[in-house]
Design a protein around this ligand. Structure first.
Ligand code: PH4
Ligand code: ZN
Length: 283
Protein backbone atom coordinates (compact mmCIF):
# COMPACT_ATOMS: atom_id res chain seq x y z
CA UNK A 1 0.00 0.00 0.00
CA UNK A 2 1.17 3.51 -0.78
CA UNK A 3 1.60 5.77 2.28
CA UNK A 4 3.31 9.06 3.10
CA UNK A 5 6.84 9.35 4.41
CA UNK A 6 5.43 10.88 7.61
CA UNK A 7 3.21 7.86 8.31
CA UNK A 8 6.24 5.57 8.10
CA UNK A 9 8.68 7.80 9.99
CA UNK A 10 6.43 8.96 12.83
CA UNK A 11 5.83 5.30 13.74
CA UNK A 12 9.57 4.54 13.53
CA UNK A 13 10.32 7.55 15.77
CA UNK A 14 7.68 6.51 18.30
CA UNK A 15 8.78 2.87 18.41
CA UNK A 16 12.55 3.47 18.16
CA UNK A 17 13.76 1.89 14.91
CA UNK A 18 14.92 3.04 11.47
CA UNK A 19 13.38 2.41 8.05
CA UNK A 20 15.55 1.82 4.98
CA UNK A 21 15.24 4.35 2.17
CA UNK A 22 16.62 2.71 -0.94
CA UNK A 23 17.45 4.52 -4.19
CA UNK A 24 16.11 3.07 -7.43
CA UNK A 25 17.04 3.72 -11.06
CA UNK A 26 15.31 0.82 -12.84
CA UNK A 27 12.73 -1.94 -12.50
CA UNK A 28 15.06 -4.67 -11.24
CA UNK A 29 16.28 -2.53 -8.33
CA UNK A 30 12.68 -1.68 -7.40
CA UNK A 31 11.54 -5.32 -7.58
CA UNK A 32 14.47 -6.49 -5.46
CA UNK A 33 13.64 -3.93 -2.73
CA UNK A 34 9.89 -4.64 -2.73
CA UNK A 35 10.42 -8.42 -2.61
CA UNK A 36 12.85 -7.94 0.29
CA UNK A 37 10.32 -5.72 2.12
CA UNK A 38 7.55 -8.30 1.64
CA UNK A 39 9.73 -11.14 2.89
CA UNK A 40 10.92 -9.10 5.89
CA UNK A 41 7.42 -7.70 6.58
CA UNK A 42 9.03 -4.26 6.61
CA UNK A 43 7.80 -0.78 5.72
CA UNK A 44 9.99 0.71 3.00
CA UNK A 45 10.84 4.04 1.40
CA UNK A 46 11.58 3.95 -2.32
CA UNK A 47 13.51 7.05 -3.33
CA UNK A 48 14.76 8.58 -6.54
CA UNK A 49 17.39 11.27 -6.96
CA UNK A 50 17.07 14.00 -9.58
CA UNK A 51 19.63 11.95 -11.54
CA UNK A 52 17.41 8.86 -11.39
CA UNK A 53 14.45 10.89 -12.67
CA UNK A 54 16.58 12.18 -15.54
CA UNK A 55 17.74 8.62 -16.30
CA UNK A 56 14.42 6.74 -16.14
CA UNK A 57 11.78 9.46 -16.62
CA UNK A 58 9.35 10.50 -13.91
CA UNK A 59 6.40 8.87 -15.72
CA UNK A 60 8.15 5.47 -15.78
CA UNK A 61 9.16 5.80 -12.13
CA UNK A 62 5.69 6.80 -11.00
CA UNK A 63 4.05 3.97 -12.96
CA UNK A 64 6.49 1.32 -11.70
CA UNK A 65 6.37 2.39 -8.05
CA UNK A 66 2.59 2.75 -8.05
CA UNK A 67 2.18 -0.80 -9.42
CA UNK A 68 4.67 -2.12 -6.86
CA UNK A 69 3.06 -0.23 -3.96
CA UNK A 70 -0.50 -1.23 -4.91
CA UNK A 71 0.50 -4.88 -5.09
CA UNK A 72 2.55 -4.75 -1.88
CA UNK A 73 1.05 -5.76 1.46
CA UNK A 74 3.60 -3.61 3.32
CA UNK A 75 3.63 0.24 3.55
CA UNK A 76 5.57 1.86 0.70
CA UNK A 77 6.41 5.59 0.38
CA UNK A 78 7.68 7.22 -2.83
CA UNK A 79 10.23 9.90 -1.94
CA UNK A 80 12.30 12.44 -3.86
CA UNK A 81 15.91 12.30 -2.63
CA UNK A 82 17.95 15.56 -2.60
CA UNK A 83 15.46 17.76 -4.42
CA UNK A 84 17.25 20.98 -5.28
CA UNK A 85 15.05 22.73 -7.83
CA UNK A 86 11.54 24.05 -7.39
CA UNK A 87 10.58 22.54 -10.78
CA UNK A 88 11.66 18.98 -9.87
CA UNK A 89 9.97 19.08 -6.46
CA UNK A 90 6.67 20.41 -7.83
CA UNK A 91 6.82 17.88 -10.65
CA UNK A 92 7.23 15.06 -8.09
CA UNK A 93 4.26 16.34 -6.05
CA UNK A 94 2.15 16.53 -9.22
CA UNK A 95 3.23 13.00 -10.15
CA UNK A 96 2.10 11.47 -6.89
CA UNK A 97 5.26 11.27 -4.77
CA UNK A 98 4.17 10.94 -1.15
CA UNK A 99 7.31 12.55 0.25
CA UNK A 100 9.91 15.03 -1.01
CA UNK A 101 13.29 16.22 0.21
CA UNK A 102 14.22 19.86 -0.20
CA UNK A 103 18.00 19.98 0.09
CA UNK A 104 18.91 23.54 0.96
CA UNK A 105 21.98 22.43 2.93
CA UNK A 106 24.36 24.34 0.65
CA UNK A 107 22.62 27.62 1.56
CA UNK A 108 23.27 29.74 4.67
CA UNK A 109 20.81 28.93 7.51
CA UNK A 110 18.26 31.69 6.84
CA UNK A 111 18.11 30.88 3.13
CA UNK A 112 17.81 27.14 3.85
CA UNK A 113 14.85 27.96 6.14
CA UNK A 114 13.28 30.15 3.43
CA UNK A 115 13.54 27.60 0.57
CA UNK A 116 12.36 24.80 2.87
CA UNK A 117 9.30 26.83 3.93
CA UNK A 118 8.42 27.57 0.32
CA UNK A 119 8.26 23.80 -0.39
CA UNK A 120 6.53 22.89 2.88
CA UNK A 121 3.66 25.28 2.19
CA UNK A 122 2.88 23.55 -1.13
CA UNK A 123 3.76 19.97 -0.14
CA UNK A 124 1.73 19.98 3.08
CA UNK A 125 -1.28 21.48 1.26
CA UNK A 126 -1.07 18.43 -1.05
CA UNK A 127 -0.63 15.92 1.80
CA UNK A 128 3.02 15.26 0.89
CA UNK A 129 5.69 14.90 3.62
CA UNK A 130 8.89 16.94 3.61
CA UNK A 131 12.48 16.08 4.59
CA UNK A 132 15.07 18.86 4.82
CA UNK A 133 18.82 18.83 5.45
CA UNK A 134 20.95 20.89 7.78
CA UNK A 135 24.76 20.59 7.77
CA UNK A 136 26.89 19.31 4.92
CA UNK A 137 27.73 15.68 4.15
CA UNK A 138 31.31 15.10 3.05
CA UNK A 139 32.07 13.66 -0.35
CA UNK A 140 34.30 10.60 0.22
CA UNK A 141 36.86 12.22 -2.03
CA UNK A 142 36.88 15.46 -0.02
CA UNK A 143 40.38 16.44 0.95
CA UNK A 144 39.53 18.75 3.84
CA UNK A 145 40.90 19.28 7.34
CA UNK A 146 39.34 17.84 10.50
CA UNK A 147 38.34 21.36 11.67
CA UNK A 148 36.67 22.06 8.37
CA UNK A 149 34.86 18.69 8.54
CA UNK A 150 33.61 19.54 12.06
CA UNK A 151 32.33 22.91 10.92
CA UNK A 152 30.14 21.18 8.35
CA UNK A 153 28.43 18.96 10.92
CA UNK A 154 24.93 19.95 12.04
CA UNK A 155 24.90 22.47 14.90
CA UNK A 156 22.31 21.51 17.56
CA UNK A 157 21.13 25.13 18.19
CA UNK A 158 20.73 25.71 14.47
CA UNK A 159 18.72 22.48 14.22
CA UNK A 160 16.32 23.71 16.92
CA UNK A 161 15.87 27.06 15.15
CA UNK A 162 15.45 25.32 11.78
CA UNK A 163 12.71 22.97 12.97
CA UNK A 164 10.92 25.68 14.96
CA UNK A 165 10.79 28.00 11.95
CA UNK A 166 9.85 25.37 9.34
CA UNK A 167 7.83 22.57 10.97
CA UNK A 168 9.57 20.08 8.68
CA UNK A 169 8.49 16.41 9.03
CA UNK A 170 11.98 14.89 9.20
CA UNK A 171 15.50 16.31 9.30
CA UNK A 172 18.67 14.92 7.69
CA UNK A 173 21.71 15.80 9.79
CA UNK A 174 25.44 15.65 9.13
CA UNK A 175 27.29 13.58 11.76
CA UNK A 176 30.26 12.36 9.74
CA UNK A 177 28.90 10.18 6.94
CA UNK A 178 29.52 10.76 3.22
CA UNK A 179 27.92 9.65 -0.04
CA UNK A 180 29.61 6.91 -2.08
CA UNK A 181 32.36 4.39 -1.25
CA UNK A 182 34.43 5.21 1.83
CA UNK A 183 38.22 5.15 1.59
CA UNK A 184 38.76 4.76 5.34
CA UNK A 185 36.33 3.96 8.16
CA UNK A 186 33.76 6.73 8.75
CA UNK A 187 33.75 8.22 12.27
CA UNK A 188 30.27 9.16 13.42
CA UNK A 189 29.69 11.92 15.98
CA UNK A 190 27.28 10.03 18.26
CA UNK A 191 27.31 12.71 20.95
CA UNK A 192 26.05 15.25 18.42
CA UNK A 193 23.31 12.86 17.28
CA UNK A 194 22.24 12.21 20.88
CA UNK A 195 22.06 15.95 21.64
CA UNK A 196 20.12 16.77 18.46
CA UNK A 197 17.63 13.92 18.90
CA UNK A 198 16.91 14.90 22.51
CA UNK A 199 16.40 18.55 21.52
CA UNK A 200 14.21 17.86 18.47
CA UNK A 201 12.32 14.69 19.48
CA UNK A 202 11.29 14.00 15.86
CA UNK A 203 12.30 11.68 12.95
CA UNK A 204 16.01 12.08 12.10
CA UNK A 205 17.58 10.96 8.80
CA UNK A 206 21.03 9.54 8.04
CA UNK A 207 22.39 9.89 4.49
CA UNK A 208 25.49 8.19 3.10
CA UNK A 209 24.98 5.04 5.17
CA UNK A 210 26.46 2.49 2.72
CA UNK A 211 29.75 1.14 4.02
CA UNK A 212 29.15 2.33 7.60
CA UNK A 213 30.07 -0.55 9.98
CA UNK A 214 27.13 -2.49 11.45
CA UNK A 215 27.87 -1.57 15.07
CA UNK A 216 27.91 2.14 14.17
CA UNK A 217 24.54 1.79 12.41
CA UNK A 218 23.09 -0.03 15.42
CA UNK A 219 24.31 2.72 17.75
CA UNK A 220 22.93 5.45 15.45
CA UNK A 221 19.53 3.73 15.45
CA UNK A 222 19.60 3.36 19.24
CA UNK A 223 20.28 7.12 19.50
CA UNK A 224 17.32 8.06 17.31
CA UNK A 225 18.03 7.74 13.57
CA UNK A 226 14.71 6.76 11.88
CA UNK A 227 15.47 6.83 8.12
CA UNK A 228 18.64 5.41 6.63
CA UNK A 229 19.57 6.09 2.99
CA UNK A 230 21.25 3.29 1.07
CA UNK A 231 22.33 3.55 -2.55
CA UNK A 232 26.00 2.58 -3.03
CA UNK A 233 25.69 -0.87 -1.39
CA UNK A 234 22.85 -1.73 -3.80
CA UNK A 235 24.84 -0.43 -6.78
CA UNK A 236 27.75 -2.67 -5.76
CA UNK A 237 25.48 -5.72 -5.38
CA UNK A 238 23.89 -5.06 -8.79
CA UNK A 239 27.23 -4.66 -10.54
CA UNK A 240 28.79 -7.69 -8.85
CA UNK A 241 25.78 -9.80 -9.89
CA UNK A 242 26.09 -8.69 -13.52
CA UNK A 243 29.87 -9.18 -13.48
CA UNK A 244 29.50 -12.75 -12.17
CA UNK A 245 27.43 -13.69 -15.25
CA UNK A 246 29.68 -11.87 -17.72
CA UNK A 247 32.78 -13.54 -16.25
CA UNK A 248 31.39 -17.04 -15.61
CA UNK A 249 29.05 -17.34 -18.61
CA UNK A 250 30.53 -15.12 -21.33
CA UNK A 251 28.28 -16.80 -23.92
CA UNK A 252 25.09 -15.55 -22.14
CA UNK A 253 23.21 -12.86 -24.08
CA UNK A 254 19.70 -12.99 -22.60
CA UNK A 255 19.31 -9.78 -20.48
CA UNK A 256 16.92 -11.61 -18.15
CA UNK A 257 19.61 -14.15 -17.32
CA UNK A 258 22.26 -11.44 -17.02
CA UNK A 259 20.13 -9.47 -14.55
CA UNK A 260 18.60 -12.29 -12.45
CA UNK A 261 21.68 -12.82 -10.22
CA UNK A 262 21.99 -9.03 -9.80
CA UNK A 263 18.44 -8.92 -8.46
CA UNK A 264 19.16 -11.74 -6.01
CA UNK A 265 22.34 -10.01 -4.78
CA UNK A 266 20.45 -6.73 -4.24
CA UNK A 267 17.66 -8.52 -2.41
CA UNK A 268 20.15 -10.11 0.00
CA UNK A 269 21.70 -6.71 0.76
CA UNK A 270 18.31 -5.02 1.33
CA UNK A 271 17.05 -7.81 3.61
CA UNK A 272 20.22 -7.63 5.72
CA UNK A 273 19.84 -3.83 6.03
CA UNK A 274 16.21 -4.18 7.13
CA UNK A 275 17.21 -6.62 9.86
CA UNK A 276 20.04 -4.31 10.95
CA UNK A 277 17.88 -1.16 11.00
CA UNK A 278 15.17 -2.88 13.07
CA UNK A 279 12.36 -2.34 10.52
CA UNK A 280 11.89 -6.06 9.78
CA UNK A 281 8.57 -7.26 11.18
CA UNK A 282 7.24 -3.69 11.67
CA UNK A 283 4.79 -3.66 8.73
N1 PH4 B 1 21.70 9.25 -1.16
C1 PH4 B 1 21.81 8.72 -2.51
C2 PH4 B 1 22.15 9.79 -3.54
C3 PH4 B 1 22.24 9.26 -4.96
O1 PH4 B 1 22.58 11.49 -7.96
P1 PH4 B 1 22.63 10.09 -7.41
O2 PH4 B 1 21.54 9.23 -7.95
O3 PH4 B 1 23.99 9.46 -7.52
O4 PH4 B 1 22.33 10.33 -5.86
O5 PH4 B 1 20.99 10.37 -0.96
C4 PH4 B 1 22.29 8.66 -0.05
O6 PH4 B 1 22.31 9.24 1.03
C5 PH4 B 1 22.89 7.27 -0.19
O7 PH4 B 1 24.18 7.21 0.29
P2 PH4 B 1 25.16 5.95 -0.08
O8 PH4 B 1 25.60 6.17 -1.48
O9 PH4 B 1 26.25 6.03 0.90
O10 PH4 B 1 24.35 4.73 0.06
ZN1 ZN C 1 21.94 11.59 0.39
Amino acid sequence: MLVTGKQILDKAHKEGYAVGAFNINNMEILQAIIEAAEEERSPVIIQTSEGAIKYAGIDYIKAMVYVAAQKASVPVALHLDHGTTYETIISCIRNGYTSVMIDGSHHPLEENIAVTNEIIKIAHACGVSVEAELGRLGGVEDNISVDEKDARLTHPDEAVKFVKETGVDSLAIAIGTAHGKYKGEPKLDFERLDTIKKLLNMPIVLHGASGVPEDAIKKAVSLGINKINIDTDIRIAFTEGVKSVIVNKPEEYDPRKVLAPAKEEMKKVVKAKMQLFGCSGRA
